[in-house]
Ligand binder design. Structure first.
Ligand SMILES: Cc1cc2nc3c(=O)[nH]c(=O)nc-3n(C[C@H](O)[C@H](O)[C@H](O)COP(=O)(O)OP(=O)(O)OC[C@H]3O[C@@H](n4cnc5c(N)ncnc54)[C@H](O)[C@@H]3O)c2cc1C
Length: 386
């Protein structure tokens, strides 16, 4: 038993950190401020194989696991370049297609997802369902050999840069009238598919959209995998989503902590001793470091369980990792702002906008409260309240 990451993962982290340092938070903030995506970074990372480390080798990926992809996202985020599109495209969509796609679907989508040349968004959230995904109403009905899809989605990330969206819907059995969950690959250019941008108080190159799908006609093979295995397929994508969200939050926490520590070592206002010598600043930063390392350990544990095929065990660990990393990120950014005093809110240091980004970690892709519900019910066996 070892708590060290394998040598290849350590090496992967080092090369990605080096690559990301070439872009850095200045590049990220400039692109976000211009309303543009991290296109150059994404393209180069794709060419270097970083975006597809988890995709099977036969489809042009690195043949690694979600732990490898999570390490890539953590290092990008630690360098100040986080992107939600790594969570949705190679992690959720790549995993679902690799595990459950038909041979044709895998050949069609995976090589592009592996290099980043194809981007796939993921849409489950609906305006009237929110955290209660059992309440979604987006529905597909059979139409000859194909499908007709109708419904609405909200807060869907990256539709402006995506070629397609993996949409969670329900299929209506015309005979019995029952509804079962299913996933559809929907091209963003399909007639009847409309995306409207939601204005957010987040400074981010990832934009959010409302989707309006009005009788979108899809070919028969737009239905991903086996219609009988709908929920199982969906859950296969949700553990990677949580592990990746935890890594994004942990990387962002590292970025904030690094800034705070560097500042606390340099800034002097009482004689020659830097402000970091005062325990009022040093202890909260040390506390952040401890909570961050706990969250990273839990994230690596969740990834290890997932990559070793233990879906059930990974579910509990991935939820706990996501919770721990989000809390560490919120605390890290808050303490970094405090450490920098007035500069904590000066645009030059980029920490003011990090406050909203850190709060996002508590809300999406699964909220803090829904994680606590999961742990209360699944881990502790407490009764369900809703
Ligand atoms: C920037 C951003 C990007 C996103 N990207 C995507 C994406 O790409 N694809 C996608 O499908 N979705 C995406 N989402 C949606 C995200 O997953 C949801 O916002 C999140 O799941 C919460 O749903 P909601 O906003 O409808 O909140 P609601 O469900 O309305 O919840 C509101 C509050 O009530 C709490 N609450 C709800 N039910 C309970 C309960 N039973 N017990 C205790 N508390 C409860 C919640 O925790 C929350 O605090 C994104 C959201 C944001 C903000």
């Amino acid at each position: 038993m070892t708590f060290n990451e394998p040598a290849e993962r350590v090496e992967l982290r080092a090369v990605v950190a080096d690559f990301a340092a070439g872009y850095g938070s200045g590049y990220y903030r400039a692109r976000a401020g211009e309303g543009e995506y991290l296109t150059e970074l994404w393209r180069e990372a794709g060419e270097l194989g970083y975006l597809g480390v988890n995709i099977p080798e036969e489809y042009g990926g690195g043949g690694g696991g979600i732990g490898d992809l999570a390490a890539v996202l953590e290092e990008l985020s630690a360098a100040g370049c986080p992107t939600l599109m790594m969570v949705v495209s190679p992690a959720i969509c790549g995993t679902v297609l690799a595990r459950f796609g038909t041979p044709d679907q895998r050949r069609r989508w995976l090589p592009g997802l592996a290099t980043g040349r194809t981007i796939m968004a993921f849409a489950i959230t609906e305006p009237d369902a929110g955290s209660n995904s059992h309440r979604i109403t987006t529905t597909a009905r059979r139409d000859g050999d194909g499908w007709v899809l109708s419904g609405r989605k909200t807060f869907i990330s990256g539709v402006d840069v995506a070629d397609a969206v993996l949409v969670v819907a329900r299929i209506r059995d015309e005979g019995s009238g029952t509804l079962s969950a299913a996933l559809f690959a929907v091209p963003t250019g399909a007639p009847g598919f409309e995306a409207r941008r939601i204005e957010m108080d987040l400074v981010s190159p990832d934009h959010q959209f409302q989707l309006f799908m009005d009788d979108v006609r899809l070919p028969g093979d737009a239905l991903v995998g086996d219609p009988e295995a709908g929920l199982l397929q969906l859950f296969a994508g949700l553990n990677p989503e949580r592990i990746m969200a935890a890594s994004l939050a942990a990387g962002s926490a590292r970025h904030a902590l690094d800034k705070a520590v560097a500042y606390a070592k340099e800034r002097t206002v009482w004689g020659d001793r830097p402000i970091g010598a005062h325990q009022g600043l040093a202890h909260p930063l040390a506390q952040v470091k401890i909570e961050l390392e706990q969250a990273r350990l839990m994230t690596q544990h969740a990834a290890l369980r997932y990559d070793s095929g233990d879906d059930a065990g990974a579910g509990e660990a991935a939820n706990m990792a996501k919770y721990a990393a989000a809390e560490a990120c919120v605390r890290a950014v808050d303490q970094a702002v405090q450490t920098l005093g007035g500069n904590g809110l000066a645009s030059e240091y980029g920490l003011g906008s990090a406050i909203a980004a850190a709060r996002l970690a508590r809300i999406a892709p699964v909220s803090r409260e829904m994680v606590l519900n999961y742990v209360a019910q699944q881990s502790l066996g407490l009764p369900k309240s809703y």
